[in-house]
Design a protein around this ligand. Structure first.
Ligand SMILES: Cc1cc2nc3c(=O)[nH]c(=O)nc-3n(C[C@H](O)[C@H](O)[C@H](O)COP(=O)(O)OP(=O)(O)OC[C@H]3O[C@@H](n4cnc5c(N)ncnc54)[C@H](O)[C@@H]3O)c2cc1C
Length: 380
């Protein structure tokens, strides 16, 4: 286990989350995957236990947890159920634009209900024609009196249609590239806001991924985050801060797969002895454990950089997300191999873990985009 520098209170909190994850989250994981229904009970559990309050400062009703504690919480939940781990990660993702760029009035209005878990948050950057190239977005926001009128749509939005509070990025000036993008807080009840298709996915099945449609959607001008033109910067600063959470989700999935492979290999007997007695299996387990530990070090390291107030953490954030998600893919694949035919069956969680791991290489910027972030920093 990597060295961590949590306060005693936070250590106790993570210990409690580890128990909750084992006793209450783990038993629900297969069913959430099977039904593909949003796990309202898990959302309530995380709200009641103040887990959703972790990313919010105490003056806004949160518990002001360190980034290290947040990634450890996401890891512990994802070890048993990646969909449940994502509830905390996306609460942070959707709220970070407000935490970073919101004024006092906006923070007072939105953060307490997000911290209590009464409201969920979503982050709307991606569109049908703009994924990796986020600046190619087409959603427009035009100022009319004391409102902005939004037209366009967002694709693949986690919590889309369930979140009361949506951080939405739209163009306010078409002629000046990324400096013409602005960020808005859009409530799901605002006139002109609607939900389009709900995606059917390979993994994280209980998480709702939806299209958001804005048809002359009326957003009060006071819901602009920062100033006009700040949106792209807010979007990128948010991802720098939340990618460690996706690294943590990947880390948790990989740890869960390793735990399963180790215990199965000790029990499964072939040729008259446990398969764990074969050096070929032992070497696989050793490689899996090393990848998990290296992921943990990268994820915890960047979380601690954020906690220390280091400014230059973008590259480390990309490294942590990229390495941990690639490792999760390899480790879950190896776990299936260790379980043999049983690993391929839905009776065991290994195949679900592999399907869940895949998304961590894609969202919050694909791993190709993480490599671009890292290379740009190296070559600047
Ligand atoms: C389940 C799920 C949940 C999501 N949740 C959210 C959310 O809450 N909010 C949100 O805004 N978005 C969300 N997304 C969107 C996600 O961030 C995008 O899917 C992702 O950024 C990739 O964009 P794309 O799918 O359009 O792929 P594309 O950008 O079309 O990429 C296709 C392929 O080309 C590669 N590629 C593209 N450009 C380059 C390049 N310059 N160099 C090398 N390779 C390149 C990519 O790496 C990828 O392999 C979600 C996606 C999924 C699947």
């Amino acid at each position: 286990m990597a060295v961590s520098h949590l306060s005693e209170d936070e250590q106790a909190l993570i210990e409690a989350i580890r128990e909750i994850a084992l006793e209450r989250v783990a038993p629900r994981a297969a069913e959430i995957d099977h039904t593909g229904e949003f796990p309202w009970d898990m959302k309530e559990l995380l709200a009641q236990q103040d887990i959703l309050a972790m990313p919010f400062p105490s003056e806004y009703g949160g518990i002001g947890a360190s980034e290290l504690a947040i990634v450890m919480a996401i890891e512990e939940l994802s070890r048993h159920c990646a969909t449940t781990g994502l509830l905390l990660a996306v609460q942070q993702l959707g709220s970070t634009p407000i935490l970073l760029a919101g004024n006092e009035q906006q923070k007072r209005k939105y953060l307490p209900s997000l911290a209590s878990g009464e409201w969920m948050a979503a982050y709307g950057l991606t569109e049908a024609g703009s994924g990796s190239d986020a600046a190619a977005m087409r959603t427009m926001a035009v100022r009319r009196g004391d409102k902005y009128i939004l037209n366009g749509s967002k694709r693949f939005i986690t919590n889309g249609g369930l979140a009361q509070v949506n951080s939405i990025f739209a163009i306010t000036d078409l002629k000046i590239g990324t400096r013409g993008i602005s960020a808005f807080i859009v409530e799901k009840d605002f006139p002109g806001f609607s939900v389009g298709r709900i995606e059917d996915k390979m993994g994280i099945k209980g998480s709702q991924t939806a299209e958001l449609i804005f048809t002359d959607c009326e957003v009060p001008a006071e819901n602009l985050l920062g100033r006009e033109g700040d949106g792209f910067k807010i979007a990128m600063m948010t991802l720098d801060r939340t990618r460690p959470g996706i690294g943590a989700q990947a880390l948790g999935i990989a740890q869960g797969a390793l735990d399963l492979a180790v215990s199965y290999s000790k029990q499964r007997v072939q040729f008259g002895r446990p398969i764990a007695d074969n050096q070929g299996i032992q070497f696989m387990l050793a490689d899996m454990a090393t990848r998990v530990e290296a992921s943990r070090l990268l994820v915890y390291n960047v979380a601690e950089m954020i906690d220390r107030g280091d400014r230059d953490f973008s590259k480390y954030s990309a490294m942590a997300k990229m390495f941990a998600s690639d490792a999760a893919m390899e480790v879950t694949n190896d776990a299936i191999q260790v379980l043999g035919g049983y690993g391929y069956m839905k009776e065991y969680p290994a195949e679900r873990m592999m399907r869940d791991a895949k998304i961590t290489q894609i969202y919050e910027g694909t791993n190709q985009i993480q490599r671009l972030v890292i290379a740009r920093d190296l070559l600047k």
